[in-house]
Design a binder for this molecule. Structure first.
Ligand code: C2E
Ligand code: MG
Ligand code: MG
Ligand code: MG
Length: 291
């Protein structure tokens, strides 16, 4: 840090609070500019059926990839953006970008599905669910190809809002997942009162699920409750191969994590999908032409 200050630059010591305000302004400004210039990034990470190994969906994860190094992950800019109205713009940008990617011919042909994360702010915004449904309809996309994820923490403080959103989405046929279940207070009462399609089990329970102890017992309880209520289950943070048979034995439907697939830029997934589609169309012609 002393080196960064440089010989010619005055060293300015800011009071802690002021420095935080400055950092907040610059992150908000960067995100706003990146949204305006369409330079926010989304990574896509597969969600895999543990019984068949098939990719059932991809979760889209936002990145601030605006050319400045390093690329910022959501943990580094979301808390600041969430204190600003900008979070609503960001959530809508993710919906619009996901919709555009789902509408591409290769993606439609492959039956690609996406799950996106939405903030507590959008959850509370009364027209949000209906707007998502209208956006999908306008693009001609089957509603079950997009799912929304809300964290347990956001859901707990906004039960009425989640119910409203869940009803709008369910009526239209969109999926709704309860994200990071168990990372907060993990109350089963929310499962009873809210029509989620899927419960995502927080990584903290999953990482040691093959080692005995409390975690497999708790996962077993979550899976029984979810299945009994007609919801499916996804285990987060599946980081090691040995977790797959352990989770399967516990009845977990699907998994997500570095062992099953790292997040890749959405553009790359779109290119891959469209190439696979073109290959299936083009290859027979090429084969016929070869001597
Ligand atoms: P999340 O929805 O629970 O997303 C899963 C996080 O776990 C992602 O971090 C992902 O990269 C990471 N992850 C995936 N596999 C593994 C693994 O095997 N081990 C470990 N340790 N981590 C793994 P990421 O991308 O940094 O996102 C963090 C959180 O930021 C997300 O948690 C979500 O709550 C929020 N978020 C991400 N994208 C968006 C977005 O577009 N909009 C909003 N509102 N929130 C977002
Ligand atoms: Mg999520
Ligand atoms: Mg999660
Ligand atoms: Mg999380």
């Amino acid at each position: 840090e002393a080196k960064d200050a440089g010989r010619n630059r005055a060293r300015v010591y800011l009071p802690e609070q002021y420095r935080h305000a400055v950092q907040r302004v610059s992150v908000v400004t960067r995100v706003r500019r990146a949204l305006d210039e369409n330079r926010m990034g989304l990574d896509a990470q597969p969600i895999v059926d543990l019984a068949t190994g098939q990719v059932v969906s991809h979760e889209l994860l936002v990145r601030l990839r605006d050319g400045a190094e390093p690329v910022l992950s959501p943990a580094e800019f979301l808390p600041t953006v969430e204190r600003d109205d900008l979070i609503g713009d960001l959530d809508r940008w993710v919906v619009a970008t996901a919709t555009a990617a789902l509408a591409e011919p290769g993606a439609t042909r492959a039956g690609l599905r996406f799950d996106i994360n939405i903030s507590a702010r959008s959850l509370e915004s009364p027209g949000f669910g209906d707007w998502v449904v209208r956006t999908l309809r306008a693009a001609g996309i089957a509603a079950d190809r997009l799912g929304l994820e809300v964290t347990e923490t956001a859901a707990i403080t906004n039960v009425a809002a989640v119910r409203h959103l869940a009803d709008a989405l369910r009526d239209a046929g969109c999926r709704l997942s309860l994200d990071d279940f168990g990372a907060g207070f993990g109350s089963f009462a929310y499962l009873k009162h809210l029509p989620f399609s899927t419960v995502k089990i927080a990584g903290d329970f999953v990482r040691q699920a093959d080692h005995g102890g409390a975690d497999p017992v708790l996962i077993d309880a979550v899976v029984r409750a979810a299945h009994g209520l007609g919801m499916s289950t996804v285990a987060e943070s599946v980081e090691r191969a040995a977790l797959v048979p352990a989770l399967r034995a516990l009845g977990v439907d699907a998994g997500q994590g570095y062992h099953l697939g790292r997040p890749v830029p959405l553009d790359e997934l779109s290119r891959r999908t469209s190439r696979a589609w073109q290959d299936t169309v083009v290859v027979p012609t090429v084969v016929r032409q070869s001597p």
